[in-house]
Design a protein around this ligand. Sequence first.
Ligand code: MN
Length: 246
Amino acid sequence: MKIDVIGDIHGCLEELHELFYALGYQKQNNIFIHPDGRLPVFLGDITDRGPHSIDVIRLVSEMVLQQQKAKYVPGNHCNKLYRYFLGNNVMQKHGLETTVAEYLALDTKDQTHIKRQFMTLYEKAPLYLEITEVQAIVAHAGIKESFIGRTDKKVKSFVLYGDTTGEFYPDGRPVRRDWAKHYHGDRWIVYGHTPVKKPRKVHKTINIDTGCVFGNALTAFRLPEEETVSVPSKQPLVEEKFSYFD
Ligand SMILES: [Mn+2]
C-alpha cells in the first residue's frame, strides 16, 4: 500500500483540492481518487480558522466514511468541535468560532446532517494509526515510542496536544518539549499540530503542518517514497504563528 498523509487543513478547502491534484488524484463521484489506488490519510485539525470548514467536513467524511477511500485521525480542534456538538460548554475561540458561525448559518436540516457526519467521523476514528505496510504511525501531535499501542488518558493528551509541560508562555502558548529529538524508533512518525515553515524531519519523525491556514503551505508526506509535496496557501501570512526548533 502507498499512502499520502495530509497535514492540518483547518478549513482550507481550495488548497486541499490543489494538493490532491498535485499528488496526481482525480475527482470522481465528489471525492478524490488516485489512479494507483493510493490511500490518503488526514492527520487531524480539518476545521477552524480557515474559510471552508464545513465543506472540508463534508469531503473528509465522504472519503473516510461513505466511500471508505481514506483514513482520518483526530486533532485537538476536532476534539473541541466534537465536544461543542455534544453540547458541552466549550470556549468559542482559537478558530472554533469560525466553524460554529459556518454551522449556524446552515438550515436546520443541513445542521443535523453535518453534526451527525462529523460526530460519526470522530467516534469511528482511532486515536492514531499504525500502518504496518509502510512502517508508519500517524498521530496528530506525534507520539513517543513507549506510548505506541496505548490509548490511555496520558497518551490521548500527548497525541492531541503534544508534549506539553503544563506551563505557558506570557502570550498564552503552551510550553512544549521537543519529543522528536528523543525518538529513535525504526518506524516513521508522521504528525502535524505545530506550524513550521518547512516540513521538519528529525530522526524518523516528520512534522508536516506547514501552517496553511497561517498563509504558508499545505503539505503531504508520501510513503514508501519518503517525499513531501506542498501547495502554497491562499491565506494571509501570520508570521508569529510559526515555531522554530533547532
Ligand atoms: Mn492541532
